[in-house]
Design a protein. Structure first.
Length: 80
């Protein structure tokens, strides 16, 4: 029932945005490794990132969604 309510509140959407040259290169490389096309690869990676991290700070740090990860890393992880 809750899933049905969430689907009505947050239906699937199409989003268009521009990637930097570097992000396009990384996405292309990822597609070659996975065998997926760019749109499904980008959607999968975006969804994965949104599920794992609740924010990205201006200090190049991410805050995980999982409480265990927050405790282990004092709430933040460094991005390369």
């Amino acid at each position: 029932m809750e899933s049905e309510i969430n689907n009505k509140k947050y239906p699937k959407v199409f989003i268009s945005f521009q990637l930097s040259e570097e992000a396009n290169k990384l996405l292309t490389q990822s597609c070659k490794r996975s065998g997926r096309k760019k749109i499904p690869e980008a959607a999968l990676r975006l969804e994965d990132h949104l599920n794992r991290f609740r924010s990205i700070s201006e200090l190049n740090q991410t805050t995980p969604n999982q409480p265990e990860a927050l405790e282990a890393n004092h709430g933040c992880t460094q991005n390369p």
